[in-house]
Structure formats: C-alpha cells, structure tokens
Design a protein around this ligand. Structure first.
Ligand code: DX5
Ligand code: ZN
Length: 222
C-alpha cells in the first residue's frame, strides 16, 4: 500500500460545457484532488481557466482544488486564485525570478504551495526550494495540452527528487507527476516515488471515467 497516494483528475480533458458532470465523476470515482490547469497563452501556447471558473467549481464541490498555474508573473494570480477557493497553488520555477517570494505569497494566502518544472529543466534547479514547499510537480510532457505521451526517462527524474527528499528529511513534501499518466504506466510512476498522479485524458476520454478513477486507486494498492 502506497502512503498518501492521491489521484488528481485534470479537468482540462473534460467537457468544458458541462464541468459539473466532471465534478460528479470525480466524486463518484472517489478522487481526492481536482487538478485545474491554468494557462495564459504566454508561458504555454494555450488559454484555459481563470479565477471566476474556479469560483463556480468551488461552489459545487468540497474536493481539494489543485491549481496548476502555467503562467508568467504567477504572483499576480496567487491572490485571485486563493480567493476563488484554491487549496493548493503550484507555479512554475521557469516563470518567475523570485520563487521564494511566490511561495511565501501562496502560504500567506492560506494555501499549500507547489513548485513545478518543465521536462527539460534540470532537477538540480528545483532542489533549493523543496524545503519551503508542500508539493513538487514534475511535468512529464511539455506543458500546454492534454493527451500527450509520457516522456521517457521521467521515472529517473522522479527517483532523483524522491531520494533528495529522503536524504533531507523532507518526506512531507508530496511528489506530483503530471502528463501522460495512464493506467498502463501508473504503477511504475508510483513505484518511482510519486504520491499524486494527475490524469486528464485517461480519465475523461475513458468509456467509464468513474471506473478509471477507481482503477488508479486499485493499482496504487497493488
Ligand atoms: C498539461 C497539463 C496536464 C494535462 C494532463 O500542460 O498540465 O495537467 O491536463 O493531461 P494528460 O493526463 O492527458 O496528459
Ligand atoms: Zn497540470
């Protein structure tokens, strides 16, 4: 049994005309977190969800709202997303000159703080910030779109983070893995050290999304 395993279905792959149904799927499947992909068409070439949409979702669910900000100048959006009901706010290391300032701001708003890196960013670059965050999110596809393939070699990056956390008594920091996570590779990702798996297309494009969520939890126990 894996400690702390959580699934965070990404609503990026859900039907945006019926997000309430996506929330129902997450509830019935027993997902712990809901992953909200925020894109600004500058940090990544796509444009998605802002604070007003999160606020509406917040009014319909008690679930833990995991906001993944793929935006430049993340400090400008921390307070609006916190006010809209975010529980965790993750920003990208590549998107700011002041990661410590963003982490402090997120915590001062009463949210958990996550830091993320893109697949080509060195793991070493994020290590100095791990004693200040609650979550480290490793992108395992180039951020911007759902439905891409898991980048080969990502398991080694997860293991490197995991062993750094172990060696530095930072086991309370959660490792979240985002991009290309499917039922067929979930076990190896968990075994590499992931605590939280984000799954978008695998859940919301499935014939039976509720069963798919349950299947992820079954796998985590195997
Ligand atoms: C990509 C997003 C992911 C995406 C994952 O930039 O951060 O959260 O929705 O989608 P899948 O699971 O389809 O790779
Ligand atoms: Zn994401």
């Amino acid at each position: 049994m894996i400690n702390n395993f959580k699934l965070a279905p990404s609503i990026l792959s859900a039907d945006f005309s019926n997000l309430q149904s996506a929330l129902e799927i997450c509830k019935k499947g027993g997902a712990d977190w809901i992953h909200i992909d925020v894109m600004d068409n500058q940090f990544v070439p796509n444009l998605t969800i802002g604070p007003p949409v999160l606020k509406s979702l917040r009014s319909k669910t008690e679930k833990f709202m995991d906001v993944h900000m793929m935006v430049i100048d993340p400090e400008k959006l921390v307070e609006p997303f916190a006010r809209a009901g975010a529980d965790n706010i993750t920003f990208h290391l590549e998107a700011t000159d002041d990661p410590n300032g963003v982490i402090d701001l997120i915590h001062s708003c009463g949210c958990k703080a996550g830091i993320s890196i893109k697949p080509k960013t060195s793991i070493n670059d994020v290590l100095p910030f791990l004693d200040k965050v609650d979550v480290v999110l490793l992108m395992t596809v180039e951020p911007g779109f759902g439905g891409q393939g898991y980048i080969k070699g990502s398991n080694q990056r997860i293991k490197k983070i995991k062993s750094f956390l172990n060696q530095n008594c930072l086991d309370n920091v959660l490792i979240e893995v985002d991009g290309g996570v499917k039922l067929h590779n979930a076990k190896e990702v968990i075994d590499s050290g992931a605590n939280i798996l984000v799954a978008g297309s695998e859940v919301f494009n499935a014939k039976d999304p509720i069963k798919t969520i349950k299947d992820f939890y079954q796998l985590s126990k195997s």
